[in-house]
Structures are given as structure tokens and as C-alpha cells.
Write a protein of this length. Sequence first.
Length: 179
Amino acid sequence: MKLVILDRDGVINEDSDDFIKSPAEWKPIRGSLVAIARLHRAGWRVVVATNQSGIARNLLDLDTLARIHETMQRQVSDAGGMIDAVFFCPHGPNDHCDCRKPAPGMLNDIARRLHTELTGVPAIGDSLRDIQAATAAGASPILVRTGKGSRTVSDPELDKSVPVFNDLYSAVDNLLKVQ
Ligand SMILES: [Zn+2]
């Protein structure tokens, strides 16, 4: 199975320091919907793994998060793509759960649910914690410069062997070339 794991905010849609709290605030990054469509047409399964501490912070409820994800799915679908599943962590940084990235829990859940190993599975993110979660789960991290990525690139904690691309479109372009 060809599987790719995507972070959401800052990778698929524009990030916001004020959190994405409504469907109207969910704005795709240029090229990201087309990139997901290309993956889908090439037979990849696309799964999203996203920290959503806005739930723990009472900035939005689960019903609103579900509506945001319906909006995302509809826009992806209109572009000819598909997201197979969305995994989210609703906890805050002080909840000490095992799903909030940089912990690998969400990625391990994906592996269990899809009955697959994560070795060689690209996990694309814009934050150091996306990269750390991917590494901890045994996946292959890829950094994009969108969202927090432009800052993450120069983070001294970033493993310099992690491939960096301008955005999801170019990361996917490369994935489809090397496969
Ligand atoms: Zn969690």
C-alpha cells in the first residue's frame, strides 16, 4: 500500500496563530488540493494527522471540527482527490496524551488501523513536532516551508537529513517522480 501522512494546518491549509475555528477559516494553500488529487490518482492513500488543541482550549467543539473536515473533504473532492481518514488529537500540551505530536501515538494508530508498517511512509509537516513524531513512529519525515516551515527550516533541533520542499505541491511532485 502506498500511504502518505499529512499534517493539516500549514501543509494543506493556511495556518493561523488564532487556530482554525470554523469552516470559513479553512483556506487551502495554493496547489495543495491538486497535490492530494495527484496522489489519489496515482493510487496513494492519504491520511491526515493533526494536533487540534483548540478543542482542549474550548475554542471549538468536536461538531465544528467535523464540519471543518467536511469542508476540507469537499474541496479536496472537488479538486479530484480524496482524504482516506483524518486523525486528530483533541488534547492540550498539558494533557500528557500520547497522540499530540511530537508523540508518535497518532501515527501508530494510523499504522494499526490500516494494518501497515510506517517504514518508508512519507509524513509531511511544517513543524518540528511533525518531523519528530514521524521519526519517533519510524516514518519518513518531509518538511515543507509553508505554515511554520519557513521557521522550522532553521531550527537547530531539526535533523539536517530531513528533505525540505517549498510546499505540499513540490513535495508530492517529488514523491511521484521517485516512485
Ligand atoms: Zn492527544
